[in-house]
Design a protein. Structure first.
Length: 390
């Protein structure tokens, strides 16, 4: 039986509405290509975003650490040293040991993996004498060979001084004048001063007391209660290995004991993943009254404008000549980037590299792991508190 014309038309329309197997396979292939393209774009963008996030975090850590260190350098010697060196100043009590306000150490052995895997990094170490109270002098009632008695709250001048000895300030006061710190005694009318180590402190409402390890020789001068006192600490900045991760080095800030010269707790992490810290000075080499600050002959190195065998030898010999400190910090990303395998300067000998141009760090041995990215920051900070006295 033959189909009617209407039935043939209906069958043709039905076939026109369907897809052949070839068409379906082509559609699936195109869909797969689109999905794979979207997937790879997503993965690529995610990896790129992750790398950028690491770089941003690295720069944030570096800038915070730089500002923290610069703040301590600005305050170096404040209310403590008029010369900055070990020469007893004209106003310092004779017979009391002078303390250097700025001391630089160039490490012989690099911590952790800084000297391994071709990295060749040896960060500097710096000790700074700072006023732990932020420049808040406290009035003194009496001074004896082994004790300093601080005036009670009602007799203190200024709101900041009253807060340091007010009820409830015990913890802060005893932390400022803790064992291992210094007490700085100043007699404003005459300008005479002394600085001796602290043994302990006791907080009392009638007037806190500070036990000292040696006679400040200021008892007669401060007999009328005209002296003022400040807590002073030696603070050390050092790049060291993280105790929980042998592959990570951090920048630590920690106090140094005034008598034993050994590090004390707590050690505060200023920035993580720091791989280098270099410091050098800008010096006034003129005679007194005739300042002369020559230009740095080689601005790309880590030596100041007064050449010497080593920068630490020059700075430690003449810290009172320092007019500004130059600081270089280098921070790496937490993880290596497998796509980052070639870096400029890697084939150059370690002692010939320019520290400010560092862009790479090899965390783990082997070329298959890639390199960590490094960002450096160089800044200069003036040190006006060292520019006094002789």
């Amino acid at each position: 039986m033959s189909r009617t014309p209407d039935r043939r038309v209906a069958d043709g329309r039905a076939r026109a509405r369907g897809f052949s197997l070839v068409e379906i396979m082509v559609a699936l292939l195109i869909s797969a290509i689109v999905l794979l393209t979207v997937f790879f774009v997503f993965i690529t963008n995610t990896e790129q975003y992750y790398r950028q996030e690491q770089v941003v975090q690295m720069q944030e850590r570096m800038r915070f650490a730089m500002e923290y260190l610069k703040n301590d350098l600005r305050n170096a010697g404040r209310l403590t040293m008029v010369n900055g060196n070990l020469v007893v100043g004209p106003q310092q009590v004779q017979g009391v040991k002078a303390v250097q306000a700025l001391e630089l150490f160039e490490e012989d052995v690099a911590p952790g993996n800084l000297g391994q895997n071709g990295n060749g990094l040896r960060p500097d170490r710096l000790r700074i004498l700072v006023d732990a109270s932020g420049g808040v002098p406290l009035g003194v009632t009496s001074v004896s060979p082994d004790r300093v008695t601080v005036s009670p709250e009602l007799q203190q001048r200024g709101a900041a001084a009253k807060q340091l000895v007010a009820a409830g300030a015990r913890e802060r006061f005893e932390a400022l004048f803790a064992d291992g710190s210094y007490v700085y005694l100043l007699h404003p009318p005459s300008g005479r001063y002394s600085m001796v180590p602290v043994r302990s402190s006791t907080f009392q409402d009638a007037g806190p007391t500070i036990e000292i390890t040696e006679d400040s020789l200021m008892g007669a001068t401060c007999g009328a209660g005209e002296c003022m006192v400040n807590p002073v600490q030696i603070i050390e900045y050092r790049v060291a290995v993280d105790p929980d991760d042998a592959q990570r080095t951090n920048l630590y800030r920690r106090p140094i004991h005034a008598v034993t010269e050994q590090p004390m707790d707590p050690a505060v992490i200023i920035a993580e993943y720091v791989v280098d810290m270099q410091l050098w000075g800008t010096y006034d080499i003129g005679v007194p009254g005739l300042p002369q600050i020559p230009a740095d002959p080689n601005p790309t190195d880590t030596q100041g404008n007064w050449p010497a065998g080593t920068e630490s030898a020059r700075l430690n010999q003449s810290p009172h000549r320092v007019r500004a400190m130059n600081v270089l910090l280098a921070v790496r990303t937490p993880r290596e980037d497998k796509s980052f395998v070639a870096a400029p300067g890697r084939a150059v000998a370690a002692d010939q590299r320019v520290a400010a141009d560092r862009t790479w760090f090899d965390v783990l041995p082997g070329d298959d792991t890639g390199l960590a990215r490094v960002s450096t920051l160089v800044s200069e900070v003036e040190t006006p508190n060292l520019n006094r006295g002789i």
